[in-house]
Design a protein around this ligand. Sequence first.
Ligand SMILES: [Zn+2]
Length: 416
Amino acid sequence: MPKYLRFVVAFFFFTALSLTTLTAAQERTIVLKAATILDGKGQILRNTIIVVEAGKIARIGGEAPADAVTYDLTSLTVTPGWIDTHAHIFWHFDNGRLAGKDEPPIRAMLHATDNAIVTLNAGFTTIQSPGSPEDKDLREAIARGTIPGPRVLTSLEPLDEKSGPPEKLRELVHERKQQGADFIKLFASKSIREGGTQTMTDEQLQAACGEAKSLGLRTIVHAHSAESAKAATLAGCTTIEHGAYVTDDVFALMAQRGTYYDPNIGLVLQNYLENKEKFLGIGNYNEQGFTFMEKGIAIVLDTFKKALKHKDLKIVYGTDAVAGAHGRNFEEFIVRVRDGGQDPMAAVMSATSISAESLGLKDKIGTIAPGMDADIIAMDGDPLRDPTAARRVVFVMKGGKVYENLSPNTKRLSTQ
Ligand SMILES: [Zn+2]
């Protein structure tokens, strides 16, 4: 055998060997011992084990297999991995300012990777990004399984009133699907600063949401005014984003039609104000806008309180995280419970099973139950009694792989 061939054979032998070892490690059963599990659907399970096999929850309870790798999470509160239905994963600061188009794309991607890692470490195992074309490469890199990050769903480039007449919008919906979009993002109203009046016509909304539905795609719609939210609801769109000025009659209509509501009351505006100097002077970030955003905090909180009175309204968990907010996606939960008066268990369900349902993933994520993907987190404290416990996620598993295990109390019991 020529020398180089021997090298090639040896190379393949070792590659095969290490792959076998890796596969064996991945297939090793994992047991999570828990004292308190919030299952994502409103149930509390006590003093049990979660058995994880091949990336999924195999069973809950029963005897632990003898050779399993065991993590003791009994001092923590265990929940499904949280979901952020509205996170702009690509937005970031570079040299202390909001990064723009002049930034080299490689540097932008590394910043986005930072965002993905801090988001996952915060306990968010799935995010929906509405959206930017670069999301696709990040989504695929994370899905390859080496770079830590949440599952990413993206709309790629959003559509708005200027995208074209109804026929053109139908074409663009097809185009997004071909490009690999997971859903369609539409802008149906102006920003909160401009009163949020409707921008897309009823016909445009019907065309975009109707076509998306026929292709099996969901539609999420930026809509602030009651009028724009109503038009999107009647057009059969999936989710209303922001909805700062939505009125009771429109919330009732949304509840009746099963349209999801995604308020973002706890992070986005607060983050803008905290990082004002990094945004000010760029695009339309001016003093007037910041003054309005200060007032906006009370406006959206009020609307959220109104929404809570509609018991059948399905409220999902989106933060609208932009630059500076990634990795703090839990702040939304704290504001909803502490300031908005939402029942903490309902807020946990919003961040888990209800958001999963809105993404069309209710059979895969958002609940701790047999057959579900093993997206499981644990926090130091009880979020039902102290919402700030959401800031203390110390254990993160996604798809059966442990990405974070920080608690001094979280012993990995097996040494193998
Ligand atoms: Zn947004």
